[in-house]
Write a protein that binds this ligand. Structure first.
Ligand code: NAP
Length: 259
């Protein structure tokens, strides 16, 4: 399917690895010129080089997107026309309700709520003025089914989801859509880190921890960054203009909300 976005300009945050990279790859194949960021320059440059093989222009900005300076650098590299924005950042660490103080919450809110909000506030006026725009926020399955050990993530994602629910409907009339993609377990470094948390907590092998988590997924496997990226690219496509303010689960059926 031709996604109809060849030649569009996009930003994909936190895109040197994992789900962000999956989104950048799918958008590059669809012909979108990209600005991508991550903190570590080495993996970022390598990813940018791979993406350029699709024949698009890719600018790599080594920056922490959760800081004001990082966001300013990414937005400056993108210039005045941003047609597509994919927000993403690393997820907060797992823990117990009693582990976290105010600073921990501020850090999680900065990364997974206030950063995507600031980026949307920066690009939405231009998108609305031009009459076309697509925003996809990478959030988490925890929005629909909060994960016990991810209290910081649950809290920050819930805040972002609330902001998007109103904003998506306020901008839809100008040809701009905002949607959230909610990953369940995907085979990325983040999933490995969470599996290792289970190894530590339960004193079992890595393989056993992985098998235990896979058994909770009806699809019987983890998702891949490639299929996540394809879903993101569709939401950014010309064909997705009537999908507004949705929270779309990509979780292999793990969260049963069908009744
Ligand atoms: P990942 O494999 O660990 O990759 C994270 C990517 O983001 C890397 O490119 C990393 O590069 C970059 N990054 C992290 N923090 C950043 C920052 N502050 N500024 C700029 N770039 C940053 O993670 P993932 O699995 O793709 O997860 C992406 C998001 O989805 C996370 O918020 C995660 O919580 C959420 N999620 C993932 C899963 C899953 O199963 N994978 C499930 C639910 C939710 P640098 O380290 O070099 O910055």
């Amino acid at each position: 399917m031709d996604l109809g976005i060849n030649g569009r300009k996009g930003i994909v945050c936190a895109a040197s690895r994992g789900l962000g990279r999956g989104c950048a790859e799918a958008l590059a194949v669809a012909g979108v010129d990209l600005v991508i960021c991550a903190r570590g320059p080495e993996a970022l440059e390598a990813t940018a080089a791979d993406l350029r093989a699709a024949g698009v222009s890719v600018t790599a900005v080594a920056a922490d997107i959760t800081t004001e300076a990082g966001r300013a650098a990414v937005l400056a590299a993108a210039g005045p026309q941003v047609d597509i924005l994919v927000t993403n950042a690393g997820g907060p660490p797992p823990g117990m309700w009693s582990d976290w103080d105010r600073e921990d919450f501020i850090k999680a809110l900065d990364a997974n709520m206030l950063t995507p909000i600031a980026l949307m506030q920066a690009v939405l006026p231009g998108m609305m003025a031009r009459g076309w725009g697509r925003v996809v926020n990478i959030t988490s399955v925890s929005v629909k089914a909060p994960v016990g050990v991810l209290g910081l993530s649950n809290s920050a994602r819930a805040g972002l989801t609330g902001f998007v629910a109103g904003t998506a409907r306020q901008v839809a009339g100008k040809g701009v859509t905002i949607n959230n993609l909610l990953p369940g377990i995907h085979a990325t470094d983040r999933a490995v880190a969470l599996d290792q948390g289970v190894v530590k907590a339960k004193g079992i092998s890595y393989e056993a921890a992985q098998a235990e988590r896979m058994a909770t997924i009806p699809a019987g496997r983890y998702g891949t960054p490639e299929e996540f990226g394809a879903a993101c690219a569709f939401l950014c496509s010309q064909h997705a203009g009537f999908i507004v303010g949705q929270n779309i689960l990509l979780d292999g059926g793990a969260t049963n909300l069908s009744m």
